[in-house]
Design a protein around this ligand. Sequence first.
Ligand code: C2E
Ligand code: MG
Ligand code: MG
Length: 675
Amino acid sequence: MALIRRFFSGILPANTISHSYLHDLSAIALLLLPLTLANATAILFGHAFRLLDYSTVSTVLFQLSNMLINIYPLSFCVVAGYYLSHKTSINSAVFIIYSIALFYLVSIENGSLSAGYYLPNNPFLALISALVTFLYCTRFNLRFLEPQALDFASRLFKHVAHFFVFMISALAISKLTVKIVALFTDVIGNNGADPLTFFGGLTYQTILGLLGAIGINGHNMLFATKQQLYATTQANFAAYQAGDASLNVLSQGFYDAFTSMGGSGGSISLLLCILLFSRSRNHIMLALAATPLVIFNINEVLLFGLPIIFNPIMIVPFILVPLVSFVLTYFAITYGFVPPVESIVNWMTPPLFSGYIAMGDNIIGSLLQLVIIVIGIFIYRPFYLMFSGKYSVHLQSIEQVSSIEKSTFKSLLDNVRSATASSMNKSLAQQRLSSMMHEGELVMHYQVLQSVATEKIVSYEALLRYKDGSGKLCPPTFINDFQLLNAMPMLDRAVIEQVLKDMQKLPLSSEQRVAINISVASIGQGDFVNHLLSRLAHYEISPTWLELEITEEAIINDKMHLLGTMEKLQSEGILIAMDDFGTGYASFPHLIKYPFNKVKLDRSLLLGSTTPKGRDLYHLVAQLGSVTNCIMVAEGVETREEYDFIAECGVDVVQGYLIARPQPLADIIEKYHSA
Ligand code: C2E
Ligand code: MG
Ligand code: MG
């Protein structure tokens, strides 16, 4: 667990881990609901037709249900993979292929393939496979395999190498899981968790509850034990029918019909408790939304919506209710109040109905279930009231601040919606960039920066442009698409390559440099400095001719890393400018903390200087140069009045349309260096 936590903490901020885990599980459960509900419907009608003596229709419906049950684990793997892929920069389809490959390997090695269909049959392994894929893709930063990408060949090579390594690791993992599962089953066995004995059954049920309380379906985790239980039950039923044995008290049917009514934790009692005693409108809405599912023993909406998982108060009745139910049913059968369970009822059969069938079409089974459900309601009641009291205070404070009432269920749906929207946006961005690269090209333009004191050129800022098929130029609005696809580092590398080539054609010095805009994502990459220095060496360009512009976002995103990166770059002679100063909200402290060489005052500050207050602010900000030892640059100077104003404020360098617009390299050479 600690290892997984540490692994995750490299990827996500610690406080978001459990929150994100909760939301991911809920979203996956919700996305699979259509399949689960279709199965529940098939079973319900299957039973109805069986009781009405339409055995052919009933058989078809049970076959349909069997098929749905068989494809569930694989679907789980696909949905979990699809959902988790959006948290990485890898294409969903590739991510899912990785997950399925791992899932199959682990399932084959563990003998977890369904009999008729040869499909993997353990949803828990499906989740683990998708999670392992997620960890792998995030750790090794696997990116989109985009045919039009500038570095397609090298990416393809990387993908092939990664797939190979991943499959080798998958093989090793599959062997390892066999050992872990054996160990786990052994521990359960040694601790007396044998579901066929009274005390063993209580332990088994408690372990199921504890696992459920952290969102793990215990039936999947204790798969081997469950299979054993199933086989023993079948053998006992067969022996009973042959007249060779009496029915066991404890059996698969016993657990399915009496200890998980409404889903794990006897959730139907919780549902009724909320409907009867809750004063929170949100909780009642949630319970109503969950009702059609809980009837079929599917409790994910309640489990994650309330939530019960990771909830120290609600976990107590969640474990206690099935235990009480276990003891009551056990003694009711042992002392002959009710007959022993004589068939295995599908776990999705609704409560009352399932008791009736389990006890050989005997109404006494339904009555026993009813008693247990009512007792369960009163066990849940004090815990629920304690929990909801605390919860409603919390809700009130949220309402006071935002006056928006947001139900937990709605936030879950929002989460699923945003995951789907993010995937849509990504694929649209991908399409746009694909056709862009197909039809046109990226080119660099350069804008002059001039000293206010000497009116000499001090640098050129490299600005990216897109030239479409007809030769029309577009400003870099497409940068958003690169950001969305986590492809900024790739774009920055392409820009660096082009600018360094261009720099060979310009007479540069440490007094006349070229400035490149570098994105937050690139600065955060561990190998950024080495890459840049090796490319400079390759083109035989001195680092003292180069400047980098970074925005405040880089500072906010990556504090520790940035300081080291800046120091390394500066020790090589590269200057670093803070771009767009004045557009962020915490610019001042950052300037003192980080050793910038230049500060570029955003045009928005200049636009604000039409009022006396705005002018005072610009004056004040321009003075920062002497405090922080930075060269101050005024961006976006368009008119003579603006120029006079910034000069009066003491700004050192000016950039703007008044001096020159961004222009192609050829024009720069012709205009400034032709003599
Ligand atoms: P930036 O780094 O602040 O670049 C200055 C922007 O101001 C440029 O817009 C430039 O054309 C524009 N500008 C210059 N003088 C004036 C003026 O007098 N008036 C007005 N209204 N605008 C002026 P551009 O080229 O559209 O670039 C927008 C932003 O896109 C840049 O802002 C920079 O953040 C980003 N960008 C541009 N090229 C690159 C690149 O190669 N790599 C990366 N990572 N980002 C880039
Ligand atoms: Mg810039
Ligand atoms: Mg700027």
